[in-house]
Write a protein that binds this ligand. Sequence first.
Ligand code: AMP
Length: 390
Amino acid sequence: MNQGNGSQRKTLLPGSVIGVLGGGQLGRMMALDGTKMGYRFITLEPTPNSPLGQIAEQIIASYDDVTAAEELASQADVITYEFENVDAGVAKLLEERSYVPQGSKLLYTTQHRLREKAAIEAAGVPVAPYRKITSLESLKEASAELGLPCVLKTATGGYDGKGQIVLRQEEQLEAAYAELSSTGAELVLEKFISFTSEISVIAARTPEGEVKSFPTAENIHVNNILHLSIVPARIPSEVQRRACQLAEQVAKGLNAVGLLAVEMFLTEDGSLYVNEVAPRPHNSGHYTMEACTTSQFEQHVRAICNLPLGDTTLLSPVVMVNVLGQHLDEVIRRTTMYDPAAESLGVVSKLHLYGKSDSKHNRKMGHVNLLCGSVEDALAWVEQTNIWRH
Ligand code: AMP
């Protein structure tokens, strides 16, 4: 089935088997769209009955289990992943034994903030000024050079705001250094960007080099977790276009295949800085499921299978709201009954749940896409429901 030809370009037609490392919601939604197109899915995921395992075949084993990875490689025609912290040894093995069009180099780059920033800069795209930190001394020097406030981050392993500390005063440096250096990870200090908006663009690139991006999303975080994606972003259309161009430039510069989610800060003077990138479907691209001609999940399947990319036109203004454990019951109640408030605002809600049995505080259980005449109407609905007050 596969010849261990990691670098070869292949076109995979419907009927082919797509192996996914990771069985979470991103893999599930990829498989929901890919299955419609005629592809079959198998996942390697340690949690039984995972979101993707419920709708595909599942090999239950840990992500760094070499024998399980070999089994995945033997059963799949093409392999992708739905998270970026894939074990380096497994990534290499899969590349040797199967076809991994995204390649392990993209993972190697995006698994580490310093490598990622260097690659983005090499693509000619700005990032916040930063310094590599190797000691308390170097932290003191770098913070004097960049000027406070700054953000100290671990170069690896951080997510949803974990592994980072905002430094506002010199007195904080020692404790922050002690805390983050105790993780054993390398550290990076970034200048604090006083942004007016956080935005993201999902770009896709095929092995042939075709690149397309989805419309710019404006993202609102609460407690460092994405709460809302608003599309069209409430920023000038010229800035939206520039953000798309930058994301495409990064995707080309990194030789990405599949999706590349590019998160950016927009400042008062119109400057854009890339914060981080992710080589996979992204929470801020869930709005595409009903609001664009092609969803980000279909686009990822098309890209890794080397099909022409789908049209990314926005069909309707949309607001995506994340459903965390604490919102789940009320969201289900609200979206499964007649909702006069939604009707009078002209808001149509599309509920997506991920099939997770264990609902916990701050755990992503699903999302709602609110199709609307204007994003203000959808935002008014979110406010009126009172569901997202905590
Ligand atoms: P990250 O883990 O890099 O995505 O950071 C999480 C959040 O912290 C971002 O969404 C921003 O809200 C904030 N943040 C991270 N880096 C910076 C920075 N250099 N300047 C200002 N805010 C930042």
